[in-house]
Design a binder for this molecule. Structure first.
Ligand SMILES: Cc1cc2nc3c(=O)[nH]c(=O)nc-3n(C[C@H](O)[C@H](O)[C@H](O)COP(=O)(O)OP(=O)(O)OC[C@H]3O[C@@H](n4cnc5c(N)ncnc54)[C@H](O)[C@@H]3O)c2cc1C
Length: 500
């Protein structure tokens, strides 16, 4: 056993976008706090935050149909879309602050303007999309959204999707040019480089094996280093930002708030286009409608992506099943996450989620040609030779007991679990995910450092001018923020969008 022992103010477990965001916020607010990071892999942003492991959509509910549901009276509920859009504006403001303060050099290295579109087929779906468009386009957050069911217009917007298409069903789309493609892997790496320059100690190849509360209310971590020896590190505050690895660590912490919670992993698989001529024909993120029984994160989409300054085209995600909680995790992850306190919760979820189980089995058994058939719903003339499969990240969906859903309810959102004394926080779940990292980390700070939040507020406002305000209710502020974030992040400005 190694003798290395340290004491610090803050420990961040995991070098993904969540720890990167929390570390950067804290360094701006309290530069003299000592922060230490432990990451089990050799680099930052290698798991879900990596550009090839997620879809890179700046989720602002501009195109994702699962954020707007049809109510029994036929109207469309846009409250979730509003919430997600507002949260994304918080990320955009913080990222702009980082660029304006030169903490990030070139915004093009991680964010680009890209139209976001929703595309549906069939009478019923077209009616729904029209209603959704009407409900959203009245709201200042979604200004600039267009709707069309005119084939000539759609051909102009998405030639690759419209060419070779037979006209036996109505088809319609919405388009909004203020959407974004975000390289969360690049962003994560940039933030960790910045943190390193601010004397944050980042320990790669260090895996956190256990954590326990000390008699004086701090946390002692057992960490295995690259040589296989175990070190002990103590901190006043710990953030468990281990992505899929967080549930096991939360369970090890023994806090009562972490009990009766389970996790179920769903892998993502994308098809990537290897034909540059096909890639050139498309320039948008086009989201469709989820199939019956499919979980909301499996909504199919055809995405232009910008990775390493190269334009790519991806389609998916298809769902896969692996019992691992991280892409680099263990086959025992699912089994070892079942404890006496969450057994009933897990069993209830198993009994309730038969449609999901059936859907996953069907997805796992799909051949490449069957996947191509799903792709041909988007690109009718797609050629099998032009497409390869890539395995993306693992999403561990949270299972917990809720008042509304009862025992063992599958959650599709993000859950922040904190100890009553605020000395530890863990992030579970992965949706809307990296796009809302800033809002979620602000919530962690509010819950864990209530005694500091008032004193931090002026600096938070400098970084996020809309902090605490509803942008939807302040259209002037929203306009200012759209203009200032577009300028800082070198995105299309309102003027360019209007001209377009
Ligand atoms: C298929 C797919 C598509 C997605 N698409 C989008 C999208 O389009 N837009 C969006 O906003 N979000 C998307 N997401 C979600 C987004 O990727 C995640 O929410 C986000 O990356 C999570 O960041 P994180 O920092 O919590 O976790 P990660 O990025 O997974 O980082 C966790 C880190 O912790 C480390 N770790 C784990 N356990 C330990 C341990 N015991 N000791 C030390 N280190 C440990 C891991 O090695 C890893 O580096 C998608 C996710 C998936 C899987």
């Amino acid at each position: 056993m190694s003798n290395r022992e340290t004491k610090t103010d803050v420990i961040l477990i995991g070098a993904g976008v969540m720890s990167a965001t929390l570390g950067t916020l804290l360094k701006e607010l309290v530069p003299d706090w000592n922060i230490t990071v432990f990451e089990k892999l050799g680099k930052a942003g290698e798991e879900s935050s990596n550009e090839w492991n997620n879809a890179g959509t700046g989720h602002a509910a501009l195109c994702e149909l699962n954020y707007t549901v049809e109510k029994p009276d036929g109207s469309v509920d846009i409250s979730k879309a509003i919430q997600i859009n507002e949260q994304f504006q918080v990320s955009m403001q913080f990222w702009s602050y980082l660029v304006n303060s030169k903490l990030i050099k070139d915004p093009k290295d991680f964010i680009r303007s890209l139209p976001h579109m929703s595309l549906v087929q069939g009478e019923e779906n077209v009616t729904f999309l029209k209603k959704r468009f009407k409900a959203l386009s009245d709201n200042p957050l979604f200004e600039g959204m267009e709707f069309s069911e005119n084939p000539a217009k759609l051909m102009e917007w998405i030639p690759l999707v419209m060419q070779d298409r037979s006209w036996n069903e109505p088809i319609a789309a919405t388009k909004i040019d203020s959407g974004t493609d975000v390289n969360f892997g690049a962003l994560t790496r940039m933030l960790f480089e910045h943190l390193e320059s601010k004397n944050v100690e980042i320990n790669y190849n260090h895996s956190v094996k256990d954590l326990k509360r000390t008699n004086d209310g701090q946390w002692e971590l057992k960490v295995q280093n690259g040589n296989g020896t175990v070190e002990r590190h103590t901190a006043k505050f710990v953030f468990v930002g281990g992505g899929g690895g967080s549930l096991h660590l939360l369970q090890k912490s023994g806090i009562p708030e972490g009990k009766h919670i389970g996790g179920f992993p769903v892998s993502g698989i994308f098809m990537v286009c290897n034909n540059p001529d096909v890639v050139e024909l498309h320039n948008a993120k086009v989201y469709g409608k989820a199939k019956v029984g499919a979980p909301p994160m499996s909504v199919p989409h055809l995405d232009t992506r910008y990775i390493d300054n190269k334009k790519s085209l991806l389609f998916g995600p298809f769902a896969g099943f692996s019992p691992k909680f991280l892409k680099t995790g263990s086959m025992l992850d699912l089994v070892t996450s079942v404890k006496s306190h969450n057994l009933l919760t897990m069993l209830s979820a198993g009994a309730k989620e038969m449609a999901l189980t059936k859907y996953l089995i069907q997805q796992v058994l799909l051949s490449k040609e069957q996947r191509m058939e799903e792709l041909r719903e988007f690109i009718p003339g797609a050629n099998s030779e032009d497409w390869d499969l890539v395995v993306a990240g693992q999403r561990v969906q949270v299972i917990k007991d809720t008042e509304a859903g009862g025992k063992g309810t599958l959650q599709f959102g993000t859950e922040v679990i904190t100890a009553a004394d605020g000395s530890i926080a863990a992030l579970l779940g992965a949706s809307p995910g990296a796009s809302t990292a800033v809002q979620v980390m602000l919530e962690v700070m509010k819950k864990c450092f209530p005694q500091h939040v008032d004193e931090w507020e002026p600096k938070i406002r400098e970084m996020i001018p809309s902090y605490g305000a509803s942008l939807m209710e302040n259209p002037e502020l929203l306009r200012d923020i759209h203009a200032s974030t577009a300028k800082a992040l070198a995105l299309k400005t309102e003027k360019e969008l209007a001209y377009h």
